[in-house]
Design a protein around this ligand. Structure first.
Ligand code: ADP
Length: 450
């Protein structure tokens, strides 16, 4: 018994930096709000880490959107091509996933866009699409500076992509050039958007209080509806509605080191071994691409210190990226007396001998890592809710981390409730397939005005 307590206390010691109290989260909120205001300001935007890009999407859908649309969804694990029909408030969708091989993810830009055009051609052929003028909405979920509804230059690759010759370029132009390089298709991209915007649009189609879109998937990001008066950089027209969706690109929060006071050695190691060192600091503490890896580093450290698995490290446990974020969901879903999933995960990780106490401790580590992620995202949402400051606000959420982790939603509701200003009621709503449906909705709105 007492030996168990000693070990538990030591393990707590190695994890204590993951615990941040409410004052800490309020401090994080103040920093985030400050960075967001810098992003919105004309004089301060250039040096701001959070870019707060205006999207040129000015109004939310009202259900009257009609037509057939193609959509592309690129921005993480899968690339998808979709065919979407909007009619009388109903949405019909057919889609196909295409793989992006690693050599293309880290190859040349032209190669990437040729591949996307090739997938479009295959999709259109398979679906016998002959309409030459089918409008396309492109969900491209990387930080982009938009110059109009169908023009956006990539600022920097994130999330494991690194194609040469795209940063600084207009990705819609590059896509159109790839389409022109082949003779068999004729597609016009009428709108480019971020997955956060797709998520917001898709949910706003059914819920008129929806003004925030949040992604918790491979990466994390959020967008919200802002008044034009608060967007000093706005260079579009200022007709009604005097508002625009802002893509915050909040994943970059902390890139100026303002969050270093609570980053752990595990966070620093994840960053060091990433493709984009020093960048996307907030994202690397929250999203699916990194959460499993943080947990692996903690578990590895505890094992090396002799606090788990009798000090026996397996090859899998020493392998980068080998502890998948979905394991955290599985482990936290376990019944605490049985640890069925936990045992299976440990077996998959090549750990041959472990005790029930080891299972308990592994679960504790997962909880520490995933709770901090949920609370950090909550601090961000609380800042946006306070900015919008309406009595009832719905937050549309998409991404596998939010969808599949058994406690993410509840932890976020709890934490946002303690952090948000009094008088604001909020709802977190799962948005299904925002990248596809949202792209069609944005395209529909854009097509109307072209
Ligand atoms: P994307 O953000 O790339 O569009 P997803 O929303 O599916 O796509 O997010 C993929 C990320 O979600 C991956 O990083 C993966 O680790 C994580 N993920 C997948 N399944 C689960 C799960 N069951 N629980 C938690 N995270 C998961």
């Amino acid at each position: 018994g007492s030996n168990r307590e000693v070990i538990r206390n030591k393990i707590r010691g190695y994890c204590e930096d993951f615990e941040i109290d409410n004052d800490g989260y309020k401090r994080i909120m103040n920093l985030l709000e400050h960075e967001m205001d810098k992003g919105l300001g004309k004089e301060t935007n250039a040096a701001a880490t959070i870019k707060m890009f205006p999207t040129y999407v000015r109004s939310l859908p009202d259900g009257s959107e009609e037509g057939n649309f193609l959509a592309l969804d690129l921005g993480g694990t899968n690339f998808r091509v979709l065919l979407i029909t909007l009619h009388g408030g109903e949405v019909k969708m057919e889609s196909k996933i295409y793989l992006i091989p690693q050599y293309i993810m880290q190859g040349s830009g032209n190669q990437l866009f040729d591949h996307l055009a090739d997938c479009c051609a295959k999709f259109m052929k398979a679906h016998a699409i002959s309409h030459l003028s089918l409008p396309l909405g492109f969900t491209f979920s990387f930080p982009c500076k938009q110059h109009g509804i169908a023009s956006a230059s990539l600022q920097t690759w994130t999330k494991g992509f690194k194609c040469a010759g795209v940063e600084g370029e207009d990705v819609v132009r590059m896509f159109h050039e790839a389409v022109k390089r082949r003779k068999d298709i004729d597609i016009t991209c009428v709108a480019i958007l971020n997955d956060t915007v797709g998520t917001l649009m898709s949910c706003a189609h059914d819920d008129h209080n929806c003004e925030i879109g949040l992604i918790l998937g491979t990466g994390t990001n959020a967008c919200y509806m802002e008044k034009l008066d608060n967007v000093e950089l706005w260079d579009g027209d200022d007709k009604e509605p005097k508002q625009v969706i802002i893509n915050t690109e909040w994943g970059a929060f902390g890139d100026n080191k303002c969050l270093d006071w609570f980053r752990t050695p595990y966070d620093k190691e994840v960053d060091e071994f990433s493709l984009n060192g020093g960048k996307q600091v907030y994202e690397k503490m929250i999203s699916g691409m990194y959460m499993g890896e943080i947990a692996r580093l903690v578990i590895l450290k505890l094992t090396q210190e002799g606090l788990m698995f009798g000090g026996e490290v397996s090859e899998e446990l020493e392998t980068r990226q080998r502890f998948y974020t979905k394991y955290i969901s599985e482990i936290e879903s376990d019944d605490e007396d049985e640890f069925r999933n936990t045992k299976q995960v440990l077996e998959e990780m090549g750990i041959e001998t472990f005790t029930i106490e080891d299972c308990r401790n592994v679960r504790y580590v997962c909880e520490q890592v995933s709770t901090r992620a949920a609370y950090l995202a909550s601090a961000g949402i609380a800042v946006l809710l306070n900015k919008i400051s309406k009595p009832e606000i719905t937050v549309a959420v998409d991404g596998s981390l939010y969808k599949f982790h058994p406690k993410f939603h509840d932890r976020m509701v709890d934490k946002i409730s303690t952090l948000v200003n009094p008088g604001i009621k909020f709802k977190l709503m799962m948005s299904n397939d925002g990248s596809g449906k949202g792209a069609a909705l944005v395209a529909a709105v854009a097509y109307r005005i072209l």
